[in-house]
Design a protein around this ligand. Sequence first.
Ligand code: PMP
Length: 328
Amino acid sequence: MNKFCSFHEAINHEDLDQRDEIAFIRKKFVPLKYANINIMTNAFLFGTSCHDSLRGYYNDEDNQLYIFRMEDHYKRLKKNSKILNMDSFFSIQQMCDITLELLEKNNFKSDCYIRSIAYKSGLHFGLNLLDINDLAIFAVLQKRFHETLKPISVCISTWRRVQDNAIPARGKINGAYVNSSLAVSEAIFNGYNDAIFLNENGNVSEGTGMNLFMVKNNVIVTPPNYDNILEGITRETLIEIIPEDLKMKLEQRSINRSELYTADEIFFCGTGAEIVPVKSIDKRIIADGKNYPISKMIQEYYFNLVRGKNQKRKNWLTPVNKKERIYE
Ligand code: PMP
């Protein structure tokens, strides 16, 4: 049985035994319950792995599951794997093919979340990046990250975003996600839904697993790559569609903390989080705390686009159903 998974609840091991999903590991498709790594695996011991997350959106009219920007996600994973010295790694085409085969095997008829992990698979506890690597992929049915799409309340984290010369944030390196886990836990302990990171210079960086956009005087602003952000695919998507499709002005520039408190609107974006407006930051209500016209418009545009309802942007989608795949 394929059940929906939540970002916020763990699956216990007995439940895993009942699940039917197929995963990919050590060059084979296996039931998810058997897709395990040994405790001596270097990636488990030291976080020496990087990942990418993708989403599949089911379109009922087309009877089709579409993967959003699959090739772009794997281009990023391939580049990031170089940071961890994974030269003998899968090609972009191979990763796309494996993902499509995996989804065909899983035969999902609803939205899903795909996690691809490039990891140091050698059984060794040395602090070096030996070139022994593997690719693991799993996919599960998935609904929203923040359960509803309602605006969320966030704080500025007391934790700073990891610096490029410590662990590069752009690398999507699994070990670096402890930084995000600390910030989310702190936020939840203190009664918020999530957190915003500043970098060591005090500039706004991003959310814990999403990029940030601010609306001020009808200009949409997002922090630049050099403010320790992950170069998000959703962010890139918005940077393209906001000026081109929605005819609004967009700037990439550093943002001060106090600019957030005085913003007209703020929203997060990411594959997992999708588009989520922010209701308050450190208890300061953003705008009137109720209406987010620009965030809402972008949210609606994005949801139509990822589900294959926007002809202009359909080239960003890969249908899982073989017959419709253009490159075959
Ligand atoms: N920042 C961080 C730290 C993230 O983990 C993510 C999620 N991958 C994002 C931003 C958003 O990136 P994307 O749009 O590529 O999912």
